[in-house]
Design a binder for this molecule. Structure first.
Ligand code: HEC
Ligand code: HEC
Ligand code: HEC
Length: 422
């Protein structure tokens, strides 16, 4: 009996020692554990995208605080943080995970189940306004969601539900996820639309479009398409678009014109970065085309008139120092400065007084943030300068800026404002 106890004790110690060696000592000595670098996409001083190797940054301040809340709330029970190199995960979520991304993660938050989507590439996918509604009550915008509400992360201010300090920290943490990989989203092909066609309307496609709208869009854009959905009450920045006036910002058509079907399809696929408008590239294409047709039925505009012919946007030349210098000059010459500010920070002398066609205050774009509503390619900026943004004070320069070189110069100057610091 004594001998059996001794054997059990010895076996106990051996197994514990073995566990410590296998799970702690060996992993801590593996070379991979100390790899800090990751592949990162950056914007160069010339305004182009480029890949470098850079060290992952440790969690600090708000973000570290947010990480603790993520742990405390058990988000990891439903969400993983790991993009595997299989089954097209790259196309759905973004680049496959690299060792260096996890170097500061103690404890790690890989998660073992995907009851909700993977979150390691979540940063920048939606604007902060989206997360506000989603944490308060996900079902307002995702009716079939089983994600819980987190009312203790909110407080009421002036009759509006706003995140408290913990809520803000959690949003900061979520928006930082994947940021060690830099501007990878600017070259994420799943979210891009290049070609296109017109959508075909049949009674069946319209009723399918209606279903998609009720499930995916109504929470923000409202039952009547007037932008007054229940989610709007949470938004700090840009309100959902009112479709009844058929004023669309992002087009390939001239100022004042209706958009083409492809323009709407593109906005829906790409979303409007920095605002609550989500990218919908994960929706089947037929859902996106049918909802385009449905949107057009909110007013009579699309039956009474037709869009004007679109502009042709050629493909961009390479950037150069000369182009940038010319761009800077034009930015002053055409008084882009007056609204966007000398350095493109959105702080020009007229900036504070602007309103949009819906009567809401609007700020000129801050080019230094690197977040572009119209898209991050030089072609996107070129197009915007020609078309202007209907419903906003951003004018069309099509007739004024006739030289193609000058248009590219402005596009690259604007992109170069968000160059990454070395
Ligand atoms: C019971 C499981 C569950 C828990 C717990 C949970 N979620 Fe979710 N989450 C989901 C599901 C399911 C979805 C997909 C539907 C939706 O968007 O609401 C989701 C979606 C999300 C999304 C959007 C992902 C995307 O790309 O569309 C984010 C961000 C998110 N959750 C963050 C969190 C955070 C942060 C916590 C903890 C505070 C948390 N979740 C807790 C189930 C959960
Ligand atoms: C969480 C809120 C939210 C949801 C859900 C949402 N949107 Fe939006 N949407 C917005 C906001 C906010 C804007 C305004 C962006 C701006 O003006 O900068 C917008 C703008 C738009 C625009 C205008 C683009 C332009 O050219 O001016 C279209 C089209 C659009 N949404 C379609 C949809 C469709 C279709 C769906 C559903 C599949 C949808 N939205 C779901 C918030 C949302
Ligand atoms: C009267 C003020 C005004 C002037 C002048 C002006 N803009 Fe703008 N611009 C705006 C506003 C306001 C927005 C933001 C619209 C929005 O957020 O919906 C904007 C947005 C933009 C965007 C879109 C950025 C993004 O998020 O994708 C570009 C590009 C741009 N402006 C370039 C220019 C250039 C180049 C000039 C000069 C040739 C110029 N703007 C002159 C007010 C102005």
């Amino acid at each position: 009996m004594k001998k059996a106890k001794f054997v059990a004790l010895l076996a106990g110690f051996s197994f514990i020692s073995l566990a410590i060696v296998v799970q702690a000592i060996i992993p801590s000595r593996l070379k991979e554990t100390s790899i800090k670098y990751v592949e990162k996409t950056i914007r160069t001083p010339l305004g182009e995208l480029s890949q470098i190797k850079a060290d992952a940054r440790p969690y600090e301040g708000q973000i570290e605080k947010g990480r603790k809340i993520y742990l405390r709330e058990g988000c990891w029970y439903c969400h993983s943080m790991y993009i595997r190199p299989v089954a097209g995960e790259e196309r759905r979520w973004g680049p496959v995970s690299q060792v260096g991304e996890y170097v500061w993660d103690t404890p790690h938050l890989f998660g073992t189940r995907r009851i909700g989507p993977d979150l390691i590439r979540e940063g920048g996918k939606y604007g902060n306004d989206w997360h506000r509604v989603h944490f308060a009550n996900a079902r307002i915008i995702v009716p079939d969601s089983i994600m819980p509400k987190f009312p203790w992360l909110f407080e009421t201010q002036n009759g509006m539900e706003v995140p408290n300090a913990e809520g803000e920290a959690l949003i900061a943490f979520v928006q930082n996820l994947g940021m060690n990989r830099g501007k990878w989203r600017d070259e994420f092909t799943s979210q891009m639309v290049t070609g296109g066609s017109a959508a075909i309307t049949t009674p069946a496609s319209l009723s399918h479009g209606n279903e998609v709208y009720e499930k995916r869009c109504q929470g923000c854009h409202g039952e009547k398409g007037d932008g007054k959905g229940p989610a709007a009450a949470f938004f700090a920045k840009v309100l959902p678009r009112d479709f009844t006036t058929a004023t669309f910002k992002f087009r390939t058509t001239p100022s004042g014109s209706l958009p083409l079907d492809t323009d709407l399809y593109r906005s829906i696929t790409m979303g409007v970065p920095g605002t609550a408008m989500p990218p919908w590239f994960e929706l089947p294409e037929v859902d996106r085309w049918d909802v385009v047709q449905y949107l057009k039925t909110f007013g009579s505009y699309f039956t009474e008139s037709t869009p004007e012919p679109p502009f042709f946007v050629p493909s961009a030349p390479k950037s150069s120092e000369e182009l940038l210098a010319r761009g800077k000059e034009l930015h002053g010459l055409y008084q882009c400065d007056a609204c966007h500010g000398k350095d493109g920070k959105g702080d020009g002398p007229s900036a504070a007084t602007l309103t949009d066609d819906w009567g809401d205050p609007i700020r000129p774009a801050d080019f230094t943030t690197g977040v572009f509503k119209v898209g991050p390619q030089p072609e996107d900026i070129y197009r915007t300068v020609m078309t202007g943004l209907n419903g906003t004070p951003m004018p069309s320069y099509d007739s004024i800026l006739s030289s193609e070189d000058d248009r590219w110069a402005l596009a690259y100057f604007i992109l170069s404002r968000s160059a990454d610091q070395p």
